[in-house]
Design a protein around this ligand. Structure first.
Ligand code: FAD
Length: 505
């Protein structure tokens, strides 16, 4: 039974909540987002990673993200990235239209994502704080408080907790949150200081710790500092300018005339995760499902990828075009990816935070001897960029099955142009294709006569591509109508989908 107020209520209008709302709304769900803040959140994440750039491109959003980044700083593309605080990751070698990390403050990213959610048809209500919910066979009832303290009650079929690391939805819904508390803390500072070097990014390390510095807007420098002497400082102890100057002196060996900062934050390496991402009518997305040290700036990016995975599924289910069982594939596909992410963050932290003589020697060895090895570089950059994630079917899949789709020429357009106005895309080599097809619902059919098409899709002559730009099914030979119908049914949770596995990031 369809509830009155919305199909989906999303708690939290941060990167995860805004993205899941946009993705569900664009395929037809009625979505309300409740966000407790009326102003901006502090700008934590500073970069958008290549896979997220591809996904934004598939929604026609890259123009506005690049324009915002350009306004922020002219050299906003970072073609050489870091891993565990070490240099040399060759993002410029990624096979993508976006072989770089894009520098943009999270505040701006959130503005753009919320605007997109609203354009997609979601209603974003600010100043409304989720308090609790009840769940029954038909849906959920959410109780919230508006900015005047008045109680608001809303009914919906599904509830999404996108309310961040301290998620109240997670707590109220009884999801376990397992792992360990923070063992150390680090500091991030947006200092009022013109960036003092010619290079766009600077990194230093010694026995006293590690610092990353880069320009972050007009006359602002972002410093990320892991200071050996301060690592056990409790998270709630305020950061002071004196502490920042002292740490920079010890690690950089020089003083900076920092007198003020726009933002200073102390954060820890708490490492916790939920054992599943959904239960009944409640799904969690983004940091509501895990917290970890923001190693190499990938946290928000995996949150946004979660949201792209969940959004279209919720939208199709809510619109009555897919069974509720489709939602389970969100957990089946993303949970293994997130477990790998947590392991990867732990690996990076072990290397990154060891400033002993042995630890420093190991860093030198990894940086100078291992990271430059092309195969090692490829493994590490695929993990961080998000390119390693695949959603494979079991059985005997085509090599392109479950793989990510970037941009490529498709017919007389680009894939991203077609995807921006579509749910599923069925791309097919013109040679051998029938003149007409009865298509499953929600599928845009594009014929292509360019051989480059098959290179993009591992030699396939046809591929059904999901809304989140992963191949649902690829074929070597032109599929019959019933083969296409079966593949579509499986992709929307109607058919038997056996042995699903996802490879981590
Ligand atoms: C210092 C630091 C640096 C970082 N740097 C990077 C980086 O460079 N790259 C990167 O990818 N990631 C980085 N991260 C991680 C990134 O900030 C998070 O992964 C990201 O913000 C998570 O997005 P989210 O939408 O899941 O949660 P959040 O951003 O926390 O959003 C949750 C939203 O829910 C709202 N909310 C909470 N409770 C309620 C309620 N009861 N009712 C209504 N609304 C509610 C909040 O106001 C908030 O807007 C960094 C994090 C830190 C701390």
């Amino acid at each position: 039974m369809r509830r009155a107020d919305a199909d989906v209520i999303v708690i939290g209008g941060g990167p995860s909540g805004a993205t899941v709302a946009a993705e569900a709304a664009r395929v037809g769900a009625r979505v309300i987002v409740l966000e407790k803040r009326q102003g901006d959140s502090p700008s934590r994440a500073g970069v958008i990673q290549p896979r997220v750039l591809e996904l934004l491109d598939a929604r026609g959003l890259m123009g506005r993200f690049r324009e915002a980044a350009q306004h922020w700083r002219p050299d906003f593309e970072i073609p050489r990235y870091i891993y565990a605080g070490l240099t040399g990751l060759r993002y410029d070698l990624l096979d993508s239209a976006h072989p770089y990390a894009l520098i943009l403050p999270q505040t701006t990213t959130e503005h753009l994502l919320r605007a997109w959610a609203a354009e997609s048809g979601a209603e974003v209500r600010r100043g409304v704080t989720y308090v609790e919910h009840t769940e029954d066979a038909d849906g959920v009832t959410v109780t919230a408080l508006d900015a005047d303290g008045a109680t608001v009650r809303l009914d919906a079929r599904f509830l999404v907790g996108a309310d961040g690391a301290r998620s109240e939805v997670r707590r109220r819904a009884g999801f376990p949150f397992e792992g360990r508390e923070a063992a150390m803390t680090a500091v991030s500072v947006d200092a009022d200081l013109t960036f003092p070097w010619a290079a766009s990014m600077q990194m230093r390390r010694n026995e006293n710790g590690w610092v990353l510095a880069y320009p972050f807007g007009h006359k602002t420098t972002r410093f990320i500092i892991v200071a050996e002497a301060r690592r056990t400082t409790p998270r709630d102890e305020p950061v002071t300018i004196d502490e920042v100057r002292e740490s920079l002196r010890a690690i950089f060996g020089e003083d900076f005339d920092i007198t003020s900062a726009k933002w200073m934050s102390r954060y820890g390496d708490t490492h916790k995760m939920t054992p599943y991402l959904r239960r009944g009518r409640i799904s969690l997305v983004g940091e509501a499902t895990r917290v970890h040290y923001p190693a190499s700036g990938i946290g928000m990016n995996y949150c946004i990828q979660d949201a792209f995975n969940l959004g279209w599924k919720l939208g199709l289910v809510a619109a009555g075009d897919a069974p509720e069982s489709l939602l389970q594939t969100y957990d089946d596909e993303r949970h293994p990816v997130l477990r790998d992410l947590m392991d990867d963050v732990a690996t990076q932290c072990a290397l990154h935070f060891d400033f002993s003589p042995g630890g420093l020697a190991l860093k030198r060895f990894v940086e100078t001897e291992l990271i430059p090895v092309p195969e090692v570089n490829a493994i590490l950059r695929d993990r961080l960029s998000g390119f390693k994630t695949t959603y494979h079917r079991g059985g005997d899949p085509h090599p392109a099955d479950g793989t990510r789709v970037g941009d490529f020429r498709l017919g007389d357009r680009r894939y991203t142009e077609v995807a921006a106005g579509s749910a599923f895309v069925f791309a097919e080599r013109a040679a051998g294709a029938p003149a007409a097809r009865a298509l499953p619902p929600r599928v845009t059919w594009v014929l292509d006569d360019d051989p480059g098409f098959t290179r993009e899709l591992a030699g396939a002559s046809a591929a059904l591509i999901r809304p989140d730009a992963y191949v649902a099914r690829a074929w070597t030979a032109t599929p019959s109508g019933s083969e296409l119908d079966t593949a579509y049914a499986e992709a929307v949770g109607r058919g038997a989908r056996t042995g699903l596995t996802s490879a981590g990031h």
